[in-house]
Design a protein around this ligand. Structure first.
Ligand code: MN
Length: 240
């Protein structure tokens, strides 16, 4: 049966090998799928394509095997792994999509994105994002040694964890107004994203049109997968 799968926010690193194993098993089991979309934060951090990827080579190899087996794999950058680049793309044979890409999902134009740009109430984060996603800043960062970048990634993660702890939960969710504007800008009634770790399917209207926003869950304690087939979508939880 035709089906397309979406995941995000696996936040893989060497400290949670059971999640990396669960994802490898998942990848091995989905050889009859039409496409897999990984909507960002596959990795807890990524310092560039020379990342040592400690403990994660089996995941990278499994993505490659899935692509080589004929399943198209698409990747959207998250706020943790935005330095995933061309060497990763070439090795895994995945295709990196721009954040905010409209895909045809069995006849329904569907906007896919990581989701961090929807959280516009978090002004401090959006300022930080504008800096680190700047092309020139990224080029300068990539000129540092791998050791320096690892240190930097560690520092940014610690900062992000403490900032997240101190922020009220509502500012870390999406802004409904930004969702509305983004969907209108792309002329879509369906949106799929991750990032907030608040899995759910939200039905609402924009200017009288029925709209749907699907939020993927993270892979901290279990797996979360959106399975779409013509006319149906299921947000599934996988036991790790
Ligand atoms: Mn994220």
């Amino acid at each position: 049966m035709p089906n397309t799968l979406f995941v995000s926010d696996l936040h893989l690193d060497h400290t949670r090998p059971h999640i990396a194993d669960a994802f490898c098993r998942f990848l091995r089991d989905i050889t009859d799928t039409d496409a897999l979309y990984i909507l960002g934060d596959l990795f807890e951090y990524w310092i560039g394509d020379d990342d040592p990827a400690t403990g994660l080579q089996p995941v990278i190899d499994s993505i490659r095997e899935l692509s080589l087996g004929g399943v198209p794999v698409f990747f959207v950058h998250g706020n943790r792994d935005f330095l995933v680049g061309k060497a990763f793309e070439d090795f895994t044979r995945c295709k990196i999509l721009q954040d905010e890409t409209v895909v045809d999902l069995y006849g329904t134009p569907t906007l896919v994105m990581h989701g961090d740009t929807l959280c516009t109430d978090d002004v401090a984060y959006q300022k930080y994002r504008a800096k680190v996603r700047n092309r020139w800043v990224q080029q300068a960062v990539l000129m540092l040694s791998a050791r320096q970048r690892l240190k930097m990634a560690q520092r940014l993660r610690d900062k992000s964890i403490s900032a997240t702890r101190d922020k009220p939960p509502e500012i870390m969710d999406v802004s409904e107004e930004t969702v509305r504007q983004t969907m209108l800008r792309h002329g879509v009634q369906h949106l799929i994203h991750g990032h907030t770790h608040r899995p759910g399917i939200h039905d609402f209207t924009i200017d009288g049109n029925a709209c749907r926003r699907i939020v993927l869950g993270d892979w901290y304690e279990q797996g979360s997968v959106l399975r779409c087939a013509p006319g149906t979508m299921d947000l599934e939880t996988l036991q790790a």
